[in-house]
Design a protein around this ligand. Structure first.
Ligand code: HEM
Length: 434
C-alpha cells in the first residue's frame, strides 16, 4: 500500500526508488516470467516495481485491471515510441527502428482518442465475432491443407510448420496475396521477432527493420492489387471506411491515420500474423501437457473453447506491453505523472494467486472473465475473436480428430522477450489406427 504524505497530498511516483523486476527474476521470456510470478506474489513483496528500461511496472491483477480502464492510461504514440524520428510521413531509409515505425505508426495500439476511437471502429467491424464466424470455413480448409502437406513427416515444428503457416495463409487469403507472397510472409513475420525484445540489440532492431519493410511492402502490394481486381470484401470495406476519416496526424499524442488500406492492415495485423500463431502454439503446448485431465485425445468438442481460454491464461502470449500516461492522475495515493510509461504485465496478472488459486494448475472451470490475456479497457485486444477462432480451428483439427500428437523432445523458449514464445516446438504427428 502506498502511503500519503503527512499533508495528505498524494506521493509522487519515483520510479528509480522502486525495486527492479530483475531482482525478482524477470529478464524477459517464459522461464523468467514463471520465476517472477513465484517471487513477486510471495507475501510481503512490493506492489510496484521498475524495469531495466526505467519504466513503471505493474503486475498485480487488481492494478492492471484498474489502470487499464483509466482514460489517462493511453497508448504510446509513434512520436514517443520512436522519439528519434522527426517526420513520420516519410521515414528516412536506414533510420534505426524506421522499418518497425513504418508498420506500427498505422496500428491502433499507437493511437489515442479521438483518432483511436475512429480507427478502432473500422478494425473492429472487420475482425469482430460475426466476421470471424463467416471466415471459419476458410480457416478449416487452411488447417486441413497444412496437415495434409505434413503427412509422412516424422517430426515437425509446431510453430514454423503449422501455426505460422495458418495465420499467414488465413490473412494472406483475406488480403488477396499470391501463394508466394503468403509463404514469404512466414519469413517476414519471423524476422519481426526482435522488436519484442526486452533489451533490444542494434543488430536485432536492424533485422526487424528489414523484415518490417518487407512485411509492409508485401501487404501493401497485395491490398493495392485486391482493390483493383476486387474479390476481397474486407479490404474494400476498410478502404471505404478510411475515406471518411478526417483526423489530423498527431504523432506525439493521438497518432497517425493510416495513409491507405495497405498501411492499415500492415499495422493492425502484426498480431494477427505473429501473436495469433504464437498463441496457437502455446495453446497446443498446454493442452498436450494436460491431455489426460481432458480425457485424452481426441479432445471433446464441448471442452475445447474453455480449454483454449485456460491454456491462454497459463501460457499467455504477451507477458507485458507498454502504455503511456497521458495526464497526471492519482492512483492509490500515488501521483503518476504524465509521460510515465507503464509496463502492464498482463501475463503475470493471469498468475496472481489472489484471483487464480494455484495459478499454474490447469483448470477449465475458472471464470475467463478474470483473464488478462487480451489486456483491458479501450485498448483490449481488437483481434481476440480472430485469435480465438484460428486457435480453435487448429485445436479441433489437430487434437480433436484421428491424429496422435506429442512433443518429440524438449521445447525451447525465447529469452529476453516481452512475449511468452516458444523458440522450438518439435512435434510428432501420426494418424491413429482405426
Ligand atoms: C492469442 C493472440 C493474441 C493475444 C494474446 C493478444 C493480446 C493483446 C494485448 C495484451 C493487447 C494490449 C491490450 C491493452 O493494452 O489493453 C492487444 C492489443 C491489440 N491486438 Fe491483440 N492479441 C492477440 C491476437 C491479435 C490478433 C489476431 C489481432 C488482429 C487481428 C490483434 C490485434 C490487436 C490490436 C490492433 C491491438 C491494439 C488495440 C487497441 O489499441 O485498441 N491481436 N492484443
Amino acid at each position: 500500500m502506498i502511503s500519503q504524505s503527512a499533508d495528505n497530498q498524494p506521493q509522487r511516483l519515483e520510479i528509480s526508488s522502486l525495486p527492479a523486476v530483475e531482482d525478482f527474476g524477470f529478464t524477459g521470456g517464459r522461464q523468467s516470467f514463471r520465476t517472477f510470478c513465484e517471487a513477486a506474489f510471495r507475501p510481503g513483496s512490493p506492489r510496484f516495481m521498475r524495469n531495466a528500461n526505467g519504466n513503471f511496472v505493474i503486475f498485480r491483477h487488481k492494478d492492471v485491471r484498474a489502470l487499464a480502464i483509466r482514460p489517462e492510461v493511453g497508448s504510446v504514440p509513434p512520436g514517443v515510441l520512436f522519439s528519434h524520428i522527426t517526420d513520420f510521413s516519410v521515414i528516412e531509409p536506414g533510420t534505426i527502428g524506421g522499418g518497425i515505425a513504418q508498420v506500427l505508426k498505422s496500428q491502433v495500439f499507437t493511437m489515442n482518442p479521438p483518432t483511436h476511437t475512429i480507427l478502432r471502429k473500422i478494425l473492429a467491424a472487420q475482425v469482430g465475432a460475426k466476421s470471424m464466424g463467416e471466415l471459419k470455413e476458410l480457416a478449416n480448409k487452411i488447417v486441413d491443407g497444412i496437415l495434409s502437406e505434413l503427412e509422412g513427416r516424422d517430426e515437425i515444428d509446431l510453430s514454423r510448420d503449422v501455426a505460422e503457416k495458418l495465420t499467414a495463409r488465413f490473412w494472406g487469403s483475406v488480403l488477396g496475396m499470391t501463394p508466394e507472397e503468403t509463404e514469404d510472409m512466414v519469413v517476414h513475420v519471423r524476422g519481426l521477432s526482435p522488436m519484442f525484445e526486452v533489451l533490444p540489440t542494434f543488430e536485432g532492431i536492424a533485422q526487424a527493420d528489414t523484415a518490417a519493410l518487407l512485411y509492409d511492402k508485401t501487404i501493401g502490394a497485395a491490398v493495392a492489387r485486391s482493390l483493383v481486381s476486387g474479390g476481397c470484401p474486407m479490404v474494400e470495406r476498410v478502404a471505404v471506411g478510411l475515406e471518411k476519416v478526417d483526423c489530423p496526424d498527431d504523432p506525439n499524442r493521438n497518432g497517425m491515420v493510416p495513409k491507405d488500406a495497405g498501411a492499415f492492415f500492415s499495422g493492425n495485423l502484426v498480431d494477427g500474423f505473429h501473436t495469433a500463431a504464437l498463441g496457437a502454439t502455446n495453446v497446443i503446448y498446454v493442452l498436450l501437457q494436460n491431455v489426460e485431465m481432458l480425457g485424452g485425445l481426441p479432445i471433446s468438442p464441448e471442452v475445447i473453447s474453455l480449454a483454449i481460454r485456460e491454456a491462454l491464461r497459463i501460457e499467455p502470449p504477451a507477458i507485458f506491453l507498454n502504455r503511456l500516461v497521458l495526464e497526471d492522475f492519482v492512483y492509490e495515493g500515488l501521483l503518476i505523472p504524465k509521460g510515465t510509461v507503464i509496463a502492464m504485465m498482463w501475463g503475470v496478472a493471469n498468475h496472481d494467486p489472489e484471483v487464480f488459486a494455484d495459478p499454474t494448475r490447469f483448470d477449465i472451470n475458472r471464470s475467463s472473465r478474470e483473464f488478462t490475456t487480451f489486456g483491458g479497457g479501450i485498448h483490449i485486444c481488437a483481434g481476440l475473436h480472430a485469435a480465438l477462432m484460428l486457435i480453435q480451428t487448429l485445436v479441433e483439427r489437430l487434437l480433436g480428430g484421428d491424429l496422435d500428437v506429442e512433443f518429440s523432445s524438449e521445447v525451447e523458449w525465447m529469452e529476453n522477450c516481452m512475449m511468452n514464445q516458444l523458440k522450438a516446438a518439435p512435434l510428432s504427428i501420426t494418424r491413429r489406427a482405426i
